[in-house]
Ligand binder design. Structure first.
Ligand SMILES: O=C(O)C(=O)C[C@]1(C(=O)O)C=C[C@@H](O)C=C1
Length: 117
């Protein structure tokens, strides 16, 4: 466990309920960071697999299905579906940038090893 996992210290003079809510927010933010780190570790592997198999970095058809699914989940759980879609778009755009960089690296490695595909 990292020292950053602990909730932030709050001033003693703030209302107890606000301090409790902020502890919950800090725990949720920590979980979000851990989840994003796991997701990006997984998509890094996907980027390598795609580059090795000469697949394109982006898969718009899969993205469309992910958006439909997440919008439905958001709706069911009281989260604004427009926000859910923007959030996924933000993450996936970053993943695609990573995939593009990985593809450049893998192509370079192949060129250096004299491999052909
Ligand atoms: O599923 C893939 O093919 C991925 O590369 C992962 C991912 C994602 O982050 O969810 C990213 C890019 C694609 O356009 C679709 C989905």
């Amino acid at each position: 466990m990292s020292p950053h996992d602990r909730p932030l210290r709050e001033p003693a003079d703030i209302p107890a309920e606000l301090a409790q809510a902020r502890r919950t927010i800090d725990n949720i933010d920590a979980a979000l960071v851990h989840l994003l780190a796991e997701r990006f570790a997984c998509t890094k592997r996907v980027g390598v697999l795609k580059a090795e198999k000469n697949l394109p970095p982006a898969d718009p058809e899969r993205e469309a299905r992910q958006i439909t699914r997440l919008r439905g989940l958001a709706d069911d759980s009281g989260l604004d579906p427009v926000f859910a879609e923007k959030f996924l778009r933000f993450i996936v755009d970053e993943v695609i940038r990573h995939h593009e960089a990985i593809a450049v690296e893998v192509r370079g490695d192949e060129a250096n090893s004299g491999e052909t595909k």
